[in-house]
Design a protein around this ligand. Structure first.
Ligand code: SF4
Ligand code: MSK
Length: 649
């Protein structure tokens, strides 16, 4: 039975998605929203985390009448094992992405790469310096080789903790050591997690959960951090850049190519190749007025941050982009690329090209990305998309109008420059604004969309309310794209909605109140920014003392479980808009949501309503402010640049 539009309005907030859902219905295309309906009665055992199929004596499911699995494992063991495996999956995904980039950096350093190069030598020298690598009077390649080797050791180290942990505040490092939770090499943590959770090994839920936090720390401070750092060195540190978001970025008269997934190695080359005059001429010969390169998910965020390439949408829009009928090619790499894409594409003329050896998609065309000549590879793909332009069926094309201008590109460096000016780059003005209560605190809003929630709704309500209450919001991933689509990354719009104190600060330093900091791996940038704030002084000596909270409003991925876990283990409370699969064990749930507070100074909090989340966040921020003794009324006078210089802040 055909659905009426009101049913779609319950699923998405943005007009572009709404239009495409209606079109998908007319075109008889199954989308994630249809499949979510069919999967509605989800398994209660799975949801509560008490299903175990780790060995073939099972699967076992814990009930009142059968409180133990065949081997004797109880709900606590099973739930904790499942949680640890989720964290491990997320850690592996972020870290393998990073490893790929580190290996490219090594090739560049050895002169074995034709097209990749060190684009940002300043970031290379800075990053090498903080890892203790000698940089004076040394060539960029020599430094890059040392850094690449050091970062590769972060994966393989068997007995030494990660070197990247030393980038955290000292007090946090001491806490990790005291709790015996400092991770060794990333690969070792992942392998050990799989060993601990196999049948008949670790049965103590606390021991399992501590390894979950250890593994997650290997992600946040190790793998993800390396992913961000090396991307910046190879492709340039992001700086504020204008762009546009939502499906309206596609054009009826251009060849439209969408990149989707996570790794920037190929998409960077596509962003360069698309500017090649010969390729542009080829598109013109095919009758197109140009080529539109746009992105979905975090590949989008990577090339948005560095090139201002427009964002077609976030994770739940990947099929809807194809439903426009105007996409010649969707190039997918790794993570969040749904196996449904080829079936949707088959209704139109879109080619799905899978490019990663480790991520083949049934029904897609495998065109493995040639890293020896990546620019040529990218050029070939674009020409192939242009060749497909003639197959577009105009009668199937309907591109939504909705799109919004936005500003992204807020690396830690960029934020520092905005705050202190290029020559006095510093977090000091931000710390002062927090101390003076113009900014109440910092909230990182991260993660995905999930068809269990109306797409973008929670994220947008939460973001709007927080900036109204003078909270500076840091964003990554699909949550950042949600703000872009909602027009909230237009500096002028957000400044209009921000509370007085936040607005004054933003206007004085020329910074929007919502900062798009990048992709999923760039959550490491949020930790880095928070660490800079601690090190700047005046707000305590540990991350757990900062008035700062993380939120994953509409999360769905194992990666989000890893991210949440490394935030908590780093001392930052995390609010979840959707629950973990842990309710089958009171002990595990209590441990994650309460006892971690005593261990790490932070814990998880479930809050399924965005306005309740706002109240909870404000309470948490104010408690932190009380403890720091800075909860006084804001002074209204804001120092200008000259006054700030005179006051030496
Ligand atoms: Fe069942 Fe134990 Fe095997 Fe899990 S490990 S499937 S609980 S017998
Ligand atoms: S893409 S992991 S849906 S944020 Fe990074 Fe979006 Fe979540 Fe994928």
């Amino acid at each position: 039975m055909a659905k009426d539009i009101s049913q779609f309005r319950e699923k998405v907030v943005d007009e572009a998605s709404l239009e495409m859902l209606v079109k998908a219905e007319c075109d008889c295309v199954d989308t994630i929203f249809d499949r979510a309906e069919l999967q509605k009665n989800q398994c209660g055992f799975g949801k509560s985390g008490v299903c175990c199929k780790i060995c073939h004596m099972g699967p076992c499911r814990i009930t009142k009448n059968a409180p133990k699995g065949v081997c004797g494992a109880d709900a606590d063991t099973i739930v904790a094992r499942n949680y640890l495996r989720e964290v491990t999956g997320g850690t592996a995904a972020h870290s393998d992405h990073a490893r790929h980039l580190v290996l490219i950096l090594k090739k560049v350093a050895l002169g074995k790469s034709t097209d990749y190069r060190i684009k940002d030598e300043r970031t290379l020298r800075y990053s090498a310096g903080i890892y203790g690598i000698e940089t004076t009077d040394r060539s960029a390649n020599a430094i890059a080789l040392d850094l690449a080797n050091l970062l590769l050791d972060e994966f393989t180290s068997q007995e030494e903790p990660l070197k990247s942990l030393a980038l955290a505040p000292e007090k946090r490092q001491a806490l990790w050591n005291a709790r015996d939770v400092a991770p060794l090499g990333i690969d070792r943590m992942v392998v050990e997690a799989m060993h601990r959770t196999t049948m008949g090994v670790d049965h103590n839920y606390k021991n399992l959960l501590m390894h979950a936090f250890r593994t997650a720390l290997a992600d946040g401070w190790g793998g993800s951090r390396a992913g961000s750092v090396v991307s910046d060195i190879l492709f340039g540190s992001p700086a504020p850049v204008k762009s546009t978001a939502n499906l309206g970025v596609l054009h009826a008269d251009t060849v439209n190519i969408i990149v989707h997934g996570h790794e920037p190695a190929l998409s960077e080359m596509l962003a360069i190749a698309v500017l090649d005059p010969a390729i542009k001429a080829y598109a013109a010969e095919a009758g197109a007025s140009g080529i539109t390169l746009a992105g979905i998910c975090c590949t989008a965020n990577e090339i948005l941050m560095r090139h201002g390439v427009p964002v077609a949408g976030n994770v739940l829009q990947q099929e809807l982009a194809i439903v426009t009928g105007a996409v010649e090619m969707m190039v997918v790499d790794v993570q969040c690329c749904m196996p449904s894409l080829p079936a949707v594409a088959a209704k139109y003329h879109t080619e799905i090209i899978s490019t990663a050896e480790i991520a083949k998609m049934v029904g897609a065309h495998d065109v493995l990305f040639d890293e020896h000549s990546p620019l040529e590879s990218a050029g070939k793909l674009i020409r192939r998309a242009i060749d497909n332009f003639k197959n577009r069926d105009a009668s199937k094309v309907a591109i939504p109008k909705a799109k919004e201008p936005m500003v992204a590109g807020f690396s830690v460096d960029a934020i520092k420059n905005m705050l202190g000016g290029k020559y006095r780059a510093s977090f000091r003005p931000l710390n002062d604004a927090i101390i003076q209560n113009r900014i109440v605190g910092l909230v990182g809003i991260v993660g995905c969309n999930n068809p269990k929630k109306k797409a973008d709704d929670y994220t947008n309500i939460l973001t709007m309310e927080l900036i109204k209450r003078n909270v500076l919001v840091l964003k990554t991933g699909c949550a950042a794209i949600a703000s872009g689509k909602a027009g909230m990354l237009k500096p002028e719009a957000a400044i209009r909605y921000a509370g007085d104190g936040l607005r004054e600060v933003c206007e004085a330093v020329g910074m929007p109140p919502i900062l798009h900091m990048g992709s999923c791996v760039d959550n490491a940038r949020i930790l880095e920014a928070a660490t800079e704030v601690v090190l700047e002084g005046g707000l305590g000596d540990d991350l757990s003392m900062l008035p700062a909270v993380g939120v994953a409003p509409e999360w769905m991925s194992e990666k989000a479980v890893a991210i949440g876990s490394y935030f908590v283990a780093s001392g930052v409370d995390v609010i979840l808009g959707l629950p973990f699969y842990t309710s089958g064990s009171e002990n595990v749930t209590r441990y994650l949501h309460e006892e971690t507070k005593d261990i790490f100074g932070a814990s998880f909090h479930l809050c399924e309503d965005p306005l309740e989340a706002v109240e909870l966040i404000m309470r948490m921020l104010n408690e932190k402010r009380d403890r720091l003794g800075i909860n006084k009324k804001a002074e209204r006078k804001l120092l200008d640049m000259r006054e700030r210089r005179e006051a030496n802040v």
